[in-house]
Design a protein around this ligand. Structure first.
Ligand SMILES: *[C@@H]1O[C@H](CO)[C@@H](O)[C@H](O)[C@H]1NC(C)=O
Ligand SMILES: *[C@@H]1O[C@H](CO)[C@@H](O)[C@H](O)[C@H]1NC(C)=O
Ligand SMILES: *[C@@H]1O[C@H](CO)[C@@H](O)[C@H](O)[C@H]1NC(C)=O
Ligand SMILES: *[C@@H]1O[C@H](CO)[C@@H](O)[C@H](O)[C@H]1NC(C)=O
Ligand SMILES: *[C@@H]1O[C@H](CO)[C@@H](O)[C@H](O)[C@H]1NC(C)=O
Ligand SMILES: *[C@@H]1O[C@H](CO)[C@@H](O)[C@H](O)[C@H]1NC(C)=O
Length: 791
């Protein structure tokens, strides 16, 4: 017997549309003896590659960040990716982008394989066009809106495939040639995978192609496949090693099979859905699962199949799980998303990543849900109990000093090895003194916490016997992201416990051990009242984007760190408000009526005291009358003496012939010993400038004229507006707020330096006596709305 196994067209090196030029057909004799020999050979080959039959099981990657190490990658393109949304043809732009990405990785030395669908869809279109043309003129004219009438003859899939195949390959060939990448078409049929002979052939052909730096493009040969062909074909009944097979129903399982067969590291299944959902997409509560572990996550429910292709989500998941069990990592993603392959290789969270290990990220939602529950319990504790928790924590910081410093040392020595910069090292380092002051701080917060919650802000008598109160309550659950300083963890946890908020903390990974140790202490303190879950630590950055979608559990995000961090979080957080400041472009305006002495002092402090702080001055605005005066010279000299680099704004540049270099923009946060100086006509122009280029953080006027100062206060739209003092006072400690949660330029409930109050909101409490609205409507009762003393 002879088995038709494989058609391999040699790569076509010309750029022409010349199609399958010269192909080799392999005929293999498959007597029973031959079969066994080949099977044995197959097993040997596998063993030598340490595949799943070998001693060492090949392992799929545990984390997305490892995917960049994948060497052999199978990319499967579903029909929906290849055809346009309106099904009128091939999505050329998208396909070109995919080809570009694949070529890029191939040229970087990876081994890329493509499994492509779409031949049928492509051919159908082509055929129906032909058929339509063949129809009589009258019939054609009666077709409205390009919609094909039901009576229209539809091409039969097999002939459509035969037509489509060549067109599709021609496209690939031309496009890959642009990047100097050669391709080869590998046509397979389902039985190829059930037949050991074909499998050996397939493996060796693909290996040869890859060794020749050729991208194999694998297609099913639908022109000869019978739809009624049984899915499992008993190949050698006397060989029980058949557990290796899943039934090949569609291209997804085919791609999975191929990936396993060629020992790929990664399989990317691209279709028209974003990935795997916990519920059918569109249903209430449906959420994309970004990391799925078949061993640890529960069952999935599936929605509908794609309109164009044949494989539904269930088959994709089954194929993915099957491949994963055999050591191939899998990502299912939306192939119409831009640069999907690049993003996957960079470890970005798109689609669903299949992994063997229990992922933290799978329980991120659980963390958040637990924090919500525990925060409600924390909130219902008495003030004395919350205060007790804080006192215990304060004591633990004293009694466990040694072990804390030991954990901190672990981080320090690791940081030293990785060459962390000295300023970051000093932020990372904990000392007995730092711990003392943290401990003292907690005592203070414990004291404040006794009165902060359930404080009455408003008390009204609604009517006889009806009283309304507005009282302070926690916001709920906050997510705080902070960078290297581990002391932040204790402070934030303290503030949140005091205000009855649950908190999810994400610290810098360089403080990993210290943070974990400190968290253990916090939870130990919380444990007395069974609310340990109200504070928890999330460990990696990947999880943040997932947390930012959980608006059900998280009420507020507070990023504390670099502008970059805050910006990213603001961009990512679509549904949860962010409290923070991205930019600190602070101004000092020196008016014509300013006292020079004071102006110089204020400018010096605002710029030079701590130039990296967000409340440092970045732009100095001068009234035009000052430019020719002593004031300008004195300020410039002072800045130069302090090593400040000066840039001039457009108007100042015009006035000076040999002035400082021009500022690139008036909207720059230098964050260093640098600043811009600009001249303005009057206070109106100064206000206009600040509201245009500022970041609504902190702005200062220096003047002796009260009227102007008043105008400045009213017109400047910033969180902090000061008169005759330094910008550097924009700080929770200097404001006397006690501990600082952060500085906010957001326009939600808290602006500027945010203390404990920023973690609070209010609720209404109404106490009645069987009252109904009807009583009022009928005039039996009357509204009083009289303020009562707040007690
Ligand atoms: C994908 O699978 C379907 C069903 O088996 C088939 O009709 C289609 O042509 C396949 N596409 C390719 C080219 O593999
Ligand atoms: C797939 O991605 C595209 C582009 O980002 C988007 O328009 C489309 O809605 C996505 N499809 C699904 C099913 O999410
Ligand atoms: C953090 O520390 C734990 C052990 O304490 C370790 O397993 C983990 O890999 C560390 N993570 C990072 C990002 O360093
Ligand atoms: C600064 O430039 C603007 C726009 O060119 C102009 O309206 C304004 O009068 C200038 N101010 C000074 C002080 O030159
Ligand atoms: C600054 O502002 C205050 C308050 O308006 C005013 O009393 C004082 O004279 C001003 N000048 C200086 C130099 O402090
Ligand atoms: C203060 O400024 C206002 C507005 O520019 C001006 O009308 C007023 O005369 C000034 N007051 C003094 C005391 O100079």
């Amino acid at each position: 017997m002879t088995i038709f196994s494989l058609i391999v067209s040699k790569p076509i090196f010309s750029k022409s549309f010349g199609l399958v030029s010269g192909f080799t057909l392999r005929y293999v004799s498959s007597g029973k003896k031959g079969l066994r020999a080949i099977q044995a050979n197959l097993d040997r080959q596998r063993n030598s590659e340490n595949n799943h039959h070998g001693l060492v099981q090949k392992r799929a990657f545990d984390y997305r960040s490892d995917l960049k190490n994948a060497r052999r990658i199978v990319v499967k393109l579903g029909s929906a990716v290849i055809t346009r949304e309106d099904a009128t043809g091939i999505a050329l732009g998208r396909l070109a982008s995919i080809v570009e990405q694949v070529s890029q990785f191939q040229n970087e030395g990876k081994e890329m394989l493509i499994v492509t669908s779409g031949a049928v869809a492509f051919g159908k279109q082509k055929l129906s066009k032909e058929m339509r043309m063949a129809m009589s003129m009258r019939e054609t004219l009666s077709i409205k809106d390009n919609s094909i009438k039901p009576s229209m003859p539809m091409p039969e899939p097999r002939s459509a495939a035969a037509v489509g195949q060549s067109g599709l390959m021609a496209f690939y060939d031309v496009m890959f040639a642009q990047y100097g990448v050669n391709i080869a078409q590998v046509l397979v049929t389902k039985p190829d995978f059930y037949n050991p002979v074909s499998r050996v052939n397939l493996r060796s052909t693909v290996s040869e192609l890859l060794a020749l730096n050729i991208v194999p493009i694998v297609n099913t040969n639908d022109a000869v496949v019978s739809p009624s062909m049984p899915d499992t074909i008993e190949v050698c009944s006397d060989d029980s090693d058949n557990d290796d097979h899943i039934m090949i129903h569609d291209n997804d399982s085919l791609a999975a099979h191929l990936a396993v067969e060629v020992n790929a590291d990664l399989l990317i299944l691209m279709s028209d859905v974003d990935g795997v959902y916990n519920l059918p997409p569109g249903q209430e509560g449906a959420r994309l699962i970004s990391t799925y572990s078949p061993k640890f996550n529960g069952n999935l429910q599936y929605g509908q199949k794609s309109k164009v292709g044949s494989g539904g989500m269930e088959s994709k998941v089954n194929s993915a799980v099957w491949a994963l069990e055999r050591g191939v990592s899998v990502v299912i993603c939306n192939g119409t998303e831009e640069l999907a392959i690049n993003k996957i290789m960079q470890g970005k969270k798109i689609g669903t990543f299949f992994t063997d290990i229990k992922h933290q990220s799978t329980s991120v939602e659980t963390y958040a849900a637990n924090a919500r529950r525990a925060s409600r319990e924390l909130q219902s504790l008495s003030a004395a109990e919350r205060s007790d928790i804080l006192i215990r924590l304060s004591e633990l910081l004293q009694t466990r000093k040694e072990s804390i410093l030991k954990a901190n040392n672990k981080d320090l020595s690791f940081a030293e090895m990785t060459g962390l910069s000295p300023p970051l090292m000093s932020r990372l380092k904990l000392t007995p003194e730092k711990l003392n002051s943290l401990s003292d701080g907690l005592q203070q917060i414990a004291e404040e916490s006794k009165t902060i919650l359930n404080r009455c802000l408003r008390h009204t008598e609604i009517a006889n016997g009806m009283r309304l109160k507005q009282v302070t309550v926690p916001i709920g659950v906050v997510l705080v992201i902070f960078e290297s300083r581990p002391d932040s963890l204790v402070q934030i946890a303290g503030l949140c416990i005091a205000t009855g908020n649950g908190v999810l903390l994400k610290g810098g990974k360089e403080a990993n051990h210290t943070n974990q140790h400190l968290l253990n202490l916090v939870q130990e303190a919380l444990n007395k009242y069974n609310v340990a879950n109200s504070v928890s630590l999330v460990s990696n950055r990947e999880e943040i984007s997932e947390l930012l979608t959980l608006d059900k559990y998280i009420d507020l995000v507070i990023p504390r760190g670099s502008n970059e961090l805050v910006k990213t979080i603001k961009e990512q957080s679509k549904s949860i408000p962010v409290l923070g400041h991205a930019d600190g472009i602070c101004h000092v305006y020196v008016d014509e009526e300013a006292e020079i002495e004071k102006a110089v002092k204020i400018v010096k402090d605002s710029k030079c005291d701590y130039p990296a702080a967000c409340n440092a001055m970045e732009t100095l605005l001068l009234h035009k009358s000052l430019v020719q005066s002593d004031c300008f010279t004195r300020i410039c000299n002072m800045l130069k003496e302090n090593g400040v680099k000066i840039y001039s704004g457009p108007n100042l540049s015009k006035m000076l012939t040999f002035g400082p270099p021009a500022a690139k923009s008036m909207r720059i946060e230098y964050g260093a010993l640098e600043c811009a100086i600009e001249v303005v006509d009057d206070i109106r122009e100064a206000i206009e400038h600040i509201n245009t280029y500022g970041s609504s953080h902190t702005d200062v006027i220096v003047t002796e004229n009260e009227t102007k100062a008043d105008l400045f206060f009213r017109a400047i739209d910033s969180a902090c507006v000061f008169h005759n003092c330094s910008t550097r006072f924009a700080d929770g400690y200097r404001f006397g707020l006690g501990a600082e949660v952060g500085i906010s330029t957001s326009r939600i409930h808290a602006r500027g330096p945010v203390g404990l109050e920023g973690l609070l909101t209010t609720k209404w409490i109404l106490i009645g006596n069987g009252n109904t609205v009807e009583d009022f409507n009928k005039g039996l009762m009357e509204y009083k709305h009289e303020p009562l003393p707040i007690a």
